[in-house]
Structure formats: structure tokens, C-alpha cells
Design a protein around this ligand. Structure first.
Ligand SMILES: NC(=O)c1ccc[n+]([C@@H]2O[C@H](COP(=O)([O-])OP(=O)(O)OC[C@H]3O[C@@H](n4cnc5c(N)ncnc54)[C@H](OP(=O)(O)O)[C@@H]3O)[C@@H](O)[C@H]2O)c1
Length: 344
């Protein structure tokens, strides 16, 4: 493979507290010892990337950063001593490049792609081979590009921390990236997903993906009261809580005895009380989830392969139109993931 010396790259250029997205040229960095050079084929957005651009995500004081944590591509060159991957391997960088396995130690969760360090919205990425996983063979580059943040987060919320079992009821909030992966994973494991949305059309679509129940939270502000009957009155065993202050109390009200709530997001802003006595009384487990490690990612990929799960992609936009992917995410007019094609 012929490696160019320069490449096209999207950059977030600091503009006060926020950033402006700009397409530019950048050098291609030759991989050093134990590094791989990845020819990126696709990238995908998370809500976090919109927060980054708006200056609502903790960022180092750098004048410019390459955006997006999530992408997939093929190894184009390797540095000396590289042993995990070879040229031609299809790979996906991990969200936290320094969190390999076990509990996060040191600064493992302070450094994320498209955050404290450059991300993947670039024709080439040079990165430690330790910070990369093999793509599930059953997925395309575009599908694999959706996995590093939202999917790993949903997987850890349900399985690693939630210990989900077949037959459990699972509540998903909204039809964005984390929630749709949560729906697909829960359904594949034989659990019973119930989902909320602001749109009846999206609820209908979610049912085709395996949801056994759905509640429109816009037309039904007391949606938590509509969730319980779907469980026969007993309550759900799992919640992936992404709404934050708008949803936390309602989500807690849907939980049955022995349930688990994974605190993940703050779509409506962070906040809300944790009612300790009620949670103790019902033996509820509350977990904070921050994406996960390479080990978690690899476990999830095995699950995806085993169950032949296909990520739900709402739209694929071309690399030159990268800014339109952000606009689509800001509009909320999508279900699942938004992907940017970098190369065919
Ligand atoms: N802790 C972590 O490691 C981690 C990892 C990934 C994401 N997150 C966080 O989790 C949240 C979701 O991320 P995402 O990437 O999945 O988002 P996303 O793909 O942008 O999903 C947004 C969807 O959520 C629904 N929604 C929006 N506001 C809502 C609200 N106030 N209450 C309930 N539902 C609402 C809407 O669904 P409908 O259109 O169907 O109504 C919207 O389309 C974000 O806060 C993100 O920062 C955290």
C-alpha cells in the first residue's frame, strides 16, 4: 500500500470556549515502535462529540484537536516490534487508549480519542497497537466504526456491571446510539427491552429491532407509570440511564427489587437525587459507567460475532460532508448511529 506524506483531516479549531469544524491537510506520521498506521475507512459520532464542539466537555487547552473517538480501518504500516497486528488487518481504535483491562488506573479515563488526544476523523491515524482491537469479521468498516463508545458503554452497563440474565426486563431511554445498542444486546441475550422515545415512528422501528414495549415520553410525561405494566407490575431489572436530570427519578421509579441502574448520560443535563433509603430497601445497584476498557471491547466483539448483531446505522455521509453529520445529530432526527465514510 502506497502511504502518502500528507492527508485530509477534519480538525476542531478553538473558538472561545467552543470549536469550529474545519477540513484541512496534515502530515501522515510514520508509526514508531509498537505503533500501527491505520488507513481509516469510517468514523461515527456520539453525543459527546457535539458536546465537545460546543465547549461542554472537559478538554485540554489545545488550539486544535482531531474530532471523534469512533472509527475503523485497515492497518497500512507497522512500526518496529509490533506483534499484535500486521498490515492488512481490519481494526478499531479504543475510546480510552490507556485503559487496557481491569479497573482504570492512573490517567486511563482522562485520555480519550477526540478529547484529550486527537481522534479519528482523518484519512490516517497513527496509534499504539495496544490501543486497537480487531474488528468483528461479520461487520463492515461502517458498522465497526459505531462500536468504541456507545456500544461498549451499553455492553458494560448491561453485562459487565449489570449481570443481565435472559428474561430480565431492560429499560432504554430514547433511540440514540447507547440505547439502540442496549436494545439489540438485551434482545440477543434473551432479555425483554422496553424503550422510550419522543417519536411514535421511532418506537415502531424499535419494536422491529426487538423491543417488547415502547412509551412516547413526549406525549406521555408520566412515562414511568406506563413502563411498569409492561413488566406485569414488578418493575424492570435494568436501566441504561442516559437522560440525566430529566429522567433519573422516573427511571428509578421503574426499577423492581434487585434491579440495576447504569448511570451513563446527561442528555437533559446532569443532576437529580439518589434516594438512598428506597434503593437500599429494594436492593438496587447503582453503577457509574464510563465507556470501558480494551478487554471489555473485545468481550463485546465476541458477543456481537456470536449473535451476528448488526449495528443500526441511520445515515452514512461522505468525508467531505463531515459537518452535516454533526448537524444531523444536533437535529435529533435519527435513530441509532450516524457514520462518516472516509474511504470505500
Ligand atoms: N458514560 C459514558 O461512558 C457514556 C458513553 C456514551 C454516551 N454517554 C452519554 O449518554 C447520553 C446518550 O449518548 P448517545 O451518544 O447515545 O446520544 P444520541 O445518540 O445523541 O441519542 C440521543 C437520543 O436520546 C433521546 N433523548 C434526547 N434527549 C433526551 C432526554 N432529555 N430524555 C430522554 N431521552 C432523550 C432522543 O431519542 P428520541 O429521538 O427517540 O426521543 C435522542 O434522539 C449522552 O448524554 C452521552 O454523553 C455516556
Amino acid at each position: 500500500m502506497q502511504i502518502p506524506t500528507t492527508q485530509k483531516q477534519w480538525q476542531l479549531i478553538r473558538d472561545g470556549n467552543a470549536y469550529k469544524l474545519q477540513l484541512g491537510e496534515a502530515p501522515v506520521r510514520t508509526p514508531g515502535a509498537n505503533e500501527v498506521l491505520i488507513r481509516m475507512h469510517a468514523a461515527s459520532l456520539n453525543r459527546r462529540d457535539v458536546f465537545v464542539m460546543a465547549g461542554q466537555y472537559p478538554m485540554p487547552p489545545r488550539a486544535a484537536v482531531v474530532p471523534l473517538s469512533d472509527g475503523a480501518g485497515v492497518v497500512a504500516a507497522v512500526g518496529s516490534g509490533t506483534s499484535r497486528f500486521k498490515v492488512g488487518d481490519k481494526v478499531t481504535p479504543i475510546f480510552f487508549p490507556n485503559w487496557i483491562k481491569g479497573r482504570p488506573t492512573g490517567n486511563a479515563t482522562e485520555v480519550s480519542l477526540g478529547g484529550a488526544v486527537d481522534g479519528v476523523l482523518s484519512e490516517y491515524v497513527t496509534i499504539s497497537e495496544e490501543s486497537v482491537v480487531a474488528m468483528p469479521a461479520s461487520l463492515s468498516f461502517e458498522e465497526a466504526a459505531t462500536l468504541p463508545c456507545a456500544a461498549v458503554t451499553a455492553f458494560n452497563g448491561l453485562f459487565t456491571r449489570g449481570r443481565l440474565q435472559a428474561g430480565d426486563y431492560v429499560l432504554l431511554e430514547g433511540t440514540g446510539g447507547v440505547s439502540i445498542f442496549g436494545l439489540q444486546f438485551a434482545a440477543a441475550a434473551g432479555a425483554k427491552p422496553i424503550i422510550t422515545s419522543s417519536s411514535d415512528e421511532k418506537l415502531a422501528r424499535a419494536k422491529t429491532l426487538g423491543a417488547i414495549g415502547g412509551v412516547n415520553y413526549r406525549t406521555n410525561p408520566d412515562w414511568e407509570k406506563a413502563v411498569r405494566p409492561v413488566t406485569g407490575g414488578a418493575g424492570v431489572q435494568h436501566v441504561l440511564e442516559v437522560g440525566g436530570k430529566d429522567t433519573l427519578q422516573k427511571a428509578l421509579a421503574t426499577l423492581g427489587p434487585g434491579g440495576h441502574i447504569a448511570l451513563i448520560g446527561g442528555l437533559g443535563g446532569f443532576g437529580g437525587q439518589i434516594p438512598a433509603p428506597a434503593l437500599m430497601g429494594a436492593n438496587i445497584t447503582v453503577s457509574g459507567i464510563y465507556v470501558g476498557s480494551r478487554e471489555n471491547f473485545e468481550a463485546m466483539n465476541a458477543f456481537i460475532e456470536k449473535h451476528r448483531i448488526k449495528p443500526v446505522i441511520d445515515k452514512v455521509v461522505e468525508f467531505k460532508d463531515g459537518a452535516s453529520a454533526y448537524k444531523l445529530m444536533e437535529s435529533g432526527e435519527f435513530l441509532g448511529k450516524i457514520v462518516i465514510r472516509i474511504a470505500s
